[in-house]
Structure formats: C-alpha cells, structure tokens
Design a protein around this ligand. Structure first.
Ligand code: G3H
Ligand code: 13P
Ligand code: ZN
Length: 345
C-alpha cells in the first residue's frame, strides 16, 4: 500500500467517531515499534517527524524506512507527517522527501519561539495548503500557542515552544477565530491550544478543567463541527513509566500528563489526531535503564534496544486501543497522494 494522505484517515476517523495517535519517530526502532503495534491492533497509522527528527535521522534514511514500513505492512494505511513545520520551506522540503502530510505551525514565527500574529499565521499556512493540496498532501495548521494556563509559559524542553509569558488569550484557541482561520487557509486539520504543552512536565497534579481546558475543545467543535481537531502535547506521562525510570537511576520530578479519559472526551468532540511523543521516550528510557542496571555486563545494543522497542510498542498499542483506531485498518480504502489531488478540485 502506498503512503496515504492524512485527510483520508481523519475523514474516516470522523465518520466512525474515533481518534488516531500521531506518534513521533527519530529512528528505525521507533518506526518498528509503531508498525508492530499497528499490526497487532489492525490500526491505521500516523508516523510523524519533527524538524529535529529529520535532521537527526536524515531525510533519505527516514523516507526509505517509511517506504519499507509500507512494503512490510501492505494492509495498513500509513501517513508520514511533518510535525511542527516552522516555515513553508520546511513543509515544501518535507513534501519533496515523501511526506504525505505536513503541519505548518504558524502560531510561532520561523524561529519556533516567538508567538506570531494572526495575519502571519494565515499567510504562511495558506501558502502551504496551496502548495500541498496541489500534490494531494494534507495540511495541519495551528491556532493558539501551546503552554501552561498556570504559569503562562510555553515549554522549550524539546527546543520548540513559545518563549516568555503568554496571555490567556494566546494560550486558548478562540472558536470564532478558529472558524475564520479554517475558512481562510483551507487546512485539513487544526491544532488547538487548550493548556497542554510538550514534554513530561505538563501539570503539577492530576489536571482539572482549570488547567486542561477540554471545554474549549467542545466550544470549537460546536462552532466548527466538520473540522478535524488536533491535540498536541497529549502524552499521558503514566506513573508506572516514571517509576521505572526512577527505580533504575533516573531523576524525574513527579509530574502529570493528559489523562487518556480526557483525550477520549476530546474524541467525542471532534479530536481526530492526538500527538504522542513523550510517552514513547519514557517507555524507551525506562527499558534501557532497566537493562543497564540489571545487566551491567551487557554491551550489545540489541540487548537494550529490543526491550526498548517492545516497551514503546506496548505504549503505542495501549493508545491505539484507547483512541478507538484499533480494528479499522482494513476498512480504509488506500488512496495515493497522487490520486488524492482531485479531492481538492
Ligand atoms: O514537537 C514535539 C515533539 O515531541 C518533537 O520533539 O522537536 O524534540 O523532535 P523534537
Ligand atoms: P508530548 O510531548 O505530550 O508527547 O507531545 C508531542 C507532540 O505534541 C508532538 O507534536
Ligand atoms: Zn506538538
């Protein structure tokens, strides 16, 4: 099966009321973990790579690994998505490198740090949708900045996030503005800001509606019932993964992520793509630490990368089942991006 456009999966998810995990990768083992999880749960797949991931793994390796995944798992529809593209140039180079979906994150300027204004966001996002749709490639935009509703800060744990204090207005996507944005840019999916942030340190206790504004998702969905919504910063940061890391010599501060049941609530209100990276990182790190602590004599990378891959696979499977994408892979008729061009005419 060829790699497919994201719009194909999100339309199917909307018709059948489920969400799809968008899982970040940087290397072969992470791709293998996702594909094994998808195979075991019969799930459609969104694999995503950040700018940093593309640099780390190199576009050529990444493209060939993704094509290998498509070859090895012909019955699974697979999307290859650019996560947090910072400029039209980044998105265009992703398309040239085989990505079937791109995110133009115009909520921040090209430096990935400075909150932008609405006019800039519309301009760059529209430029990307025009170029991408001409190739049948899907586009995700973002309106509002990710960050904590308590501290007013975006995080930069992974090098991408707003710098300085943000106002509540910047941290919460406005439903009316969202409607104007989608109309003006023609995006296929919209990432919204509701108080989540990237990385492990999202909340200092189990989040309530004060810090995780799920009601904002409901309001946006009410205003834009046909728009596919995207939740970023949606790792759940499970206690057991924190505990494994700390048990084997790690030093994580106690922290809370986005509870899976809150994401399930979002899925009932138009959330179709859920971004998860940190949970995979935690699972991998815990598994590697365990091998190093229990078997310090080992030095074959396979001795620790295999359990790491297995641990990430388990997280991916759990999310695929919880978000409702499990079991749907064979129901989706594959369409290549080339054939998908006509979707936008
Ligand atoms: O954007 C957030 C993802 O977790 C990717 O992080 O930029 O460190 O690859 P990264
Ligand atoms: P987490 O850090 O919560 O996994 O979020 C990942 C993300 O939003 C990638 O774009
Ligand atoms: Zn993100």
């Amino acid at each position: 099966m060829p790699l497919v456009p994201m719009r194909l999966l999100l339309d199917h998810a909307a018709e059948n009321n489920y969400g799809v995990a968008a899982l970040n990768v940087n290397n072969m083992e992470q791709i293998q973990a996702i594909m094994e999880a998808a195979q075991e749960t019969e799930s459609p797949v969104i694999v995503q790579a950040s700018r940093g991931a593309r640099k780390y793994s190199q576009d050529n390796y990444l493209r060939h690994l993704m094509l290998a995944a498509a070859e090895l798992y012909p019955s699974l529809p697979i999307v290859m998505h650019q996560d947090h593209g910072n400029s039209p140039a980044t998105c265009k180079s992703a398309i040239e490198n085989g990505f079937t979906s791109v995110m133009m994150d115009g909520s921040l300027g090209e430096d990935g740090k400075t909150p932008s204004d609405y006019a800039y966001n519309v301009k760059v996002t529209k430029e990307v949708t025009e170029a991408a749709h001409a190739q049948g490639v899907s586009v995700e935009g973002e309106l509002g900045c990710l960050g904590s509703l308590v501290t007013g800060e975006g995080e930069k744990e992974d090098g991408h996030g707003a710098e300085g204090k943000l106002t509540r207005d910047q941290l919460l996507t406005d439903p009316e503005e969202a409607a104007q944005f989608v109309e003006a840019t023609n995006v296929d999916a919209l990432a919204v800001a509701i108080g989540t942030s990237h990385g492990a340190y999202k909340f200092t206790s189990k989040p309530t509606g004060e810090v995780l504004a799920m009601d904002r998702i409901e309001a946006i969905h009410k205003r834009l019932p046909n728009c596919h919504l995207v939740m970023h910063g949606s790792s759940s940061v499970p206690q057991e993964l924190q505990d494994i890391i700390n048990k084997y010599g790690g030093k994580l501060r106690q922290t809370w992520g986005v509870p899976v049941e809150e994401i399930q609530r979002g899925i009932k209100h138009g959330v179709r793509k859920i971004n998860v990276d940190t949970d995979s990182r935690l699972a991998i790190t815990g598994a590697i630490r365990k091998v190093f602590a229990e078997s310090p004599e080992k030095f074959d990378p396979r001795d620790y990368l295999k359990p790491a891959r297995e641990a990430m696979k388990e997280v991916c499977k759990a999310r695929m089942i919880a978000f409702g994408q499990a079991g749907w892979a064979s129901k989706i008729k594959p369409v290549s991006i080339d054939k998908y061009k006509s979707y936008y005419k």
